[in-house]
Design a protein around this ligand. Structure first.
Ligand code: NAP
Length: 252
């Protein structure tokens, strides 16, 4: 039974690996036996230590994902180090909070570029490699509650994360024939840098907490079960689906 979730011998690439949910997912995939390549625009030494504690390898790939420019290099660095790749986790993302009436196109472009444009292109680069290798692959993208809801003061973020839900389905439809599973994880309200502003606002923080059936903010460790499932053999017949890890937020 445990073989279903065993990632020994697999190589997983996780973007936004230096902190937050990306760090949590690196740790989780390492605990299931995968070697990790952590993509980030800054030092990943904390993640490296957590991953190596699990007895697997960690490769740091420094890249700024605000453009698609580094995507081929990321793949090359991973292949140079590990020889093959099996799992891509598109996790890096940004959020800009501003009233929609004033929201600048500059903010719009920066959010859409990291959260959507690069996710599409990196997925394409890795999917081509999976096809070349001939053993399938797993692509997992981080969606959001705002893949389902409108949100407040975050129009570009909502647009990008709603698009991730659709893109996950679209890519899954076309790539299932190559044994590539494309799925998503929609985290609820998790205590990371992404939500620092919300948690600092006492009123908003109380409103949010009051609506979470589990009665607490999520943590990076809460991502472990879903990411291991979607990265492993256990999900071989799961295609184009986004799993909520939200303490019941969407069930309300
Ligand atoms: P976070 O702590 O802010 O992490 C975001 C990660 O993305 C960081 O590693 C960040 O690097 C990286 N990143 C941002 N822009 C980048 C760029 N241009 N190039 C390379 N890396 C870049 O927040 P988080 O909550 O862990 O977010 C992870 C993902 O979960 C995001 O896609 C976010 O939208 C999504 N999410 C979060 C929540 C939540 O409640 N926290 C809920 C739903 C979805 P730096 O450290 O260098 O900025």
């Amino acid at each position: 039974m445990n073989d279903l979730f065993d990632l020994k011998g697999k190589v997983a690439v996780v973007t936004g690996a230096n902190t937050g949910l990306g760090q949590g997912m690196c740790k989780a995939l390492a605990s299931a036996g995968a070697d990790i390549a952590g993509v980030a625009r800054r030092d990943c030494s904390e993640t490296k230590a957590l991953v190596e504690k699990e007895g697997v390898k960690f490769l740091e790939v420094i890249a700024d994902l605000s453009s698609t420019e580094p995507c081929e290099r990321i793949l090359k660095e991973v292949l140079d180090a590990y020889g093959h790749v099996d799992i891509l986790v598109n996790n890096a993302g940004i959020i800009k909070r501003e009233d929609a009436i004033d929201f600048s196109l500059e903010s719009w472009d920066s959010v859409i570029n990291v959260n959507l444009r690069t996710v599409f292109y990196l997925s394409q680069v890795f999917a081509r490699q999976f096809v070349k290798q001939g053993n399938g692959g797993k692509i997992i993208s981080t969606a959001s509650m705002l893949s389902y809801q409108g949100g407040i003061r975050v129009p570009a973020y909502t647009a990008s994360k709603s698009a991730i839900l659709g893109l996950t389905r679209a890519l899954a439809n076309e790539w299932a024939k190559y044994d590539i599973n494309v799925n998503g994880i929609a985290p609820g309200y998790m205590a990371t840098n992404n939500t620092a502003q919300l948690r600092d606002d006492e009123k908003r923080s109380e409103e949010i907490l009051g609506r979470i059936p589990a009665g607490r903010w999520g943590t990076p460790d809460d991502m472990a079960g879903a990411v291991i499932f979607l990265a492993s053999k256990a999900s071989d017949y799961v295609n184009g689906f986004t799993i909520a890890v939200d303490g019941g937020w969407l069930a309300r």
